[in-house]
Design a protein around this ligand. Structure first.
Ligand code: BES
Ligand code: ZN
Length: 885
């Protein structure tokens, strides 16, 4: 007998799924009728499927089904069918008819025991579902794949007193009373959809209602459901929904396609929100808001996410994905759409800066580590692990590049053709690419590697001015770095938007290849090297390169410090004005971090920062932009720019603290004056007020770096008197790293005031968890045992445990205690909720980035987790890829 490794003997060796193995389904499902009998224990689900064998059918049909689902019976055309095999992933039905047949399946499930929050589960006593990506298989046996599209009719039966509200997708076509205090509803969704868009809600919920008249004059009823005590917190979500519907009509000509649109807010939800057809289900943190309980950032997130899920109705639902490797087809595109919506509703430049910061800190880091993957991945073990910043945020950048290359009108033509060709279909990113190319008669072949290559291209740009020839030459080079499994790369088309700023601070009119090209031109840079020569350049300009961050690349230029200071003051492109300042700050901080510990401030930077703050006094100052420009690059962004094997989070923290403290000391008078000038008498939610609030709170954040009792007292005073959550949280945050009585008092009072509101308690947990006060881990452990925490609730885990992982000092404590704590939590969570556990374990993926003692401590924890018996596939995939790469 041969010996096998333990891995080979377990029947559940996690299996990797490959894009190249894609095969169309063996049967199509013309129609599905579901009937749910909801009970406190043992919910039964009957499904009747009109199945149609594809040509060449072998009489076998594989249906996905989770091991937790109890199979009560299968019938084919009304007769019991016993020729099937059940495996750990589902059911293979055999000897099926060769013509269309009716398949009926009955299952029993236990939603009340479902802690994974996938499939049908209970949240605050109500039933709800989450089926994307592969949750439907926890409800019944089905072809749980997005290219199996069908119409659904859903009958829901439940106790009437406990669950007066019974919802599913589509239109309500029947309802009534039943014996024993029970009642039922029947819903019919006329649009074909994959099962991941199925949803059901049953509960005792309150509701607000509004109306929307579509561009063709149809009335749509809009409803938002929440637990009754939260019903007064839904107005902002409703306003956001109406704005989204209007925007999609105006921008893309897309009109809502049913008479009813529902949103339901639930407290227990793994993700942010879900676009189920006409029945979106939201994490309550992305619905509920009042000025007293939610911050300006929460308001903005709600507006963006409501829009995102609504926009999926076309980009995701009407046209969906052929398989999960195509996820970016719907997510990248829909993120691009929600970014554009938010840019139109708020300050465009500030929105772009926020989006790029997030891309750089999170996505660039992922693209440089063991989990690097293309926006269209090649394989996965657990699809949940591929809802990543790469698929989403880099995917959105790829969509944005079409717009940059083809122009707004060209992009719209491509979108129109995409819907014309593919409405009602499950398609691929190739189909999207083809629609964009064909609609514009454009050859975009060198653009394609954006879909298949991982890694962030490195672009260098060197400019030189020839005073005699009056030319300005820009030389570009690009290299796409190696990533796990991809050793060779080819150049990819990068749209590089360029302008030349003259000595007068104004954009020059550009001439390239003898043609006049305006003041910003988009270079189609798709080779390893290329040079571009602008002619008729009368005076030495400063080039503004990669305007609006026109491609998701790492850019290095030969701009001098003087050039950058000049661009900060003069660039017409808001993004590059901000970027110039950030480049100065990044250079300074990286020098300090890599230096010998003798910290020295750069006077030019202090002067530049003083000028930025002074800008707030100008009559039409963009205060939101100024607040953003005052922000110093985050620890995460800096860490990403350091070499593998060198990162010492304590040093990054020290260097950042030095810079903040020095600026606060030298600019104290300016900061205090700006803070006072922007302190409103009374809260208001107008854009100008929000901008002033963010500027004021940025000033307070700086001042908090001063060791001055008066500042702590002032901050506490502002905390105590704040009439809105934005200001309360800003003040509390400014106290949270300070060893002072005010901090203790403020956190205690905040708890007293808000302990009944779980969403506000998440903020309270998060701020304490992130604190860089020495030995704060003890406080975090105590909070975990306290009444505000619940390990079964994802929001609480993200706030407390996720927050802790963001502390440079305590998560990365030199003694390894932070790493050990995280591993303990992951091991515990893994049994309850694999998705949440795998998100938490991701804090370890970049272990090789750290200096030797920390990286070996992190590695040891990864190994400890890998050794856990019965580890979920979710965590297994992240841990094994991290260790192997
Ligand atoms: N379709 C997703 C939600 C989802 C993802 C459910 C993965 C289950 C597994 C939804 O459209 C989405 O992308 N939500 C984001 C927020 C969005 C604004 C980027 C989320 O939940 O974080
Ligand atoms: Zn989405």
């Amino acid at each position: 007998m041969t010996t096998q490794t333990p891995q080979e003997t377990t029947k559940d060796v996690p299996k990797e799924i490959f894009l190249r193995d894609y095969k169309p389904p063996s049967h199509s499902f013309a129609k599905v009728e579901l009937a749910f009998d909801l009970r406190e224990q043992g919910t039964t689900v009957r499904s009747i499927i009109s199945a149609v064998p594809a040509s060449g059918s072998t009489g076998e049909l594989f249906l996905h089904g989770d091991e937790s689902v109890k199979l009560d019976g299968v019938t084919v055309n009304g007769s019991a069918h016993e020729r099937y095999e059940r495996g750990s992933k589902g059911l293979t039905l055999k000897d099926l008819p060769n013509e269309p047949f009716e398949l009926s399946i009955t299952t029993t499930i236990e939603p009340q025991e479902n802690t994974a929050l996938e499939g049908l589960y209970k949240s605050s006593g109500n039933f709800c579902t989450q089926c994307e990506a592969e949750g439907f298989r926890r409800i019944t046996f089905y072809q749980d794949r997005p290219d199996c599209m069908s119409t659904f009719t859903t009958r829901i039966e439940a106790d009437k007193a406990k669950y007066p509200v019974l919802l599913s997708n589509g239109n309500l076509i029947d309802s009534g009373e039943l014996e024993g205090g029970r009642h039922f509803t029947v819903w019919e969704d006329p649009w074909v959809k994959p099962c991941y868009l199925f949803a059901l809600v049953a509960g005792n919920l309150g509701m607000i209602e509004d109306k929307f008249k579509t561009m063709s004059g149809k009335d749509v009823t809009l409803r938002i459901f929440t637990e009754k005590h939260n019903i007064d917190k839904c107005a902002h979500a409703m306003t956001s929904l109406i704005k989204s519907m209007k925007w999609d009509e105006e921008t893309f000509g897309l009109e809502y396609d049913l008479d009813l649109f529902n949103i339901v807010a639930v407290d227990d939800f793994n993700m942010g929100a879900m676009e189920n057809k006409s029945l979106n289900i939201f994490n309550s943190r992305l619905v509920l808001a009042t000025p007293q309980s939610a911050t300006d950032a929460d308001y903005a997130a709600i507006e963006g996410v409501v829009a995102h899920e609504y926009f999926h109705n076309y980009t995701g639902n009407r046209v969906t994905c052929r398989d999960w490797f195509q996820l970016s087809l719907k997510e990248g595109l829909t993120v691009y759409r929600d970014q554009e919506f938010s840019a139109d509703m708020n300050s465009r430049g500030v929105k772009r800066i926020g989006d790029v910061s997030r891309l750089r800190t999170a996505q660039f880091a992922q693209d440089a580590g063991p989990m690097a993957h293309p926006i269209r991945p090649e394989s996965y073990i657990k699809m949940d692990n591929f809802y990543t910043v790469t698929v989403y945020e880099k995917g959105a950048e790829v969509v944005r590049m079409y717009e940059t290359l083809l122009g707004k009108d060209g992009f719209r033509k491509g979108m129109d053709l995409y819907f014309q060709r593919h409405d009602g279909q499950a398609v691929t990113t190739e189909d999207f690419f083809a629609a964009m190319s064909d609609a514009n008669g454009a050859d975009l072949s060198t653009f394609k590697p954006w879909y298949s290559q991982a890694g962030t291209p490195r672009v260098t740009a060197n400019g030189s001015y020839d005073a005699d020839a009056k030319t300005f030459t820009l030389s570009l080079t690009q290299v796409v770095p190696k990533t796990p499994g991809q050793d060779t790369k080819i150049p990819v088309m990068c749209p590089v938007a360029v302008g030349l700023v003259g000595p007068d601070g104004k954009d020059m009119e550009l001439t390239l290849d003898g043609k006049s090209v305006g003041t910003t031109t988009v270079l189609r840079f798709d080779k390893a090297e290329a040079t571009y020569t602008f002619t008729g350049v009368e005076a030495k300009p400063v080039p503004s390169i990669l305007r609006n961050f026109s491609a998701p690349v790492r850019l290095t230029t030969n701009l001098t410090q003087d050039d950058l200071v000049f661009l900060m003051a003069n660039d017409s492109d808001a993004f590059n004005r901000w970027e110039a300042g950030q480049t100065l700050l990044r250079t300074l901080l990286l020098d300090l971090i890599k230096g010998d510990g003798q910290y020295k401030m750069d006077a030019a930077i202090t002067t530049a920062m003083r000028a930025i703050i002074a800008g707030a006094k100008e009559p039409n100052a963009d205060k939101a932009f100024i607040a953003r420009a005052m922000m110093v690059p985050s620890a995460g962004e800096l860490s990403d720019m350091l070499d593998e094997g060198t990162v010492d989070p304590a040093k990054i923290h020290e260097a950042r603290t030095f810079v903040m403290k020095t600026l606060a000391t030298e600019l104290r008078a300016d900061l205090e004056a700006t803070m006072k000038a922007n302190s409103a008498e009374k809260y208001s939610n107008e854009p100008a007020d929000r901008a002033a609030r963010s500027l004021k709170n940025t000033c307070i954040g700086y001042l908090s770096y001063l060791d001055d009792a008066a500042i702590a007292a002032m901050t506490y005073e502002r905390f105590a008197s704040a009439d809105n959550m934005t200001d309360k949280i800003a003040a509390l945050n400014s106290l949270s790293d300070k060893e002072c009585d005010e901090r203790i008092k403020a956190f205690a009072e905040f708890y007293e005031e808000w302990n009944k509101d779980p969403l506000v308690m998440n903020k309270w947990l998060g701020l304490q968890a992130m604190s860089n006060l020495p030995n704060n881990i003890a406080n975090v452990k105590a909070l975990m045992e306290g009444p505000a925490f619940d390990i079964k609730n994802p929001n609480k885990v993200y706030s407390l445990i996720g927050g802790f992982c963001a502390s440079s000092v305590n998560f990365h404590a030199a003694d390894g205690s932070g790493y050990e704590f995280l591993a303990d939590v992951v091991i515990k969570l893994d049994d309850l909720n694999g998705q949440v556990a795998s998100r938490m374990v991701s804090a370890f993926t970049r272990w090789k980035k750290y200096e030797p003692s920390r990286s070996s401590a992190m590695r040891a924890q990864l190994e400890r987790i890998r050794a856990k018996k019965g580890l979920s596939e979710n965590v297994f995939e992240i841990v094994s890829k991290s260790l192997e790469a």
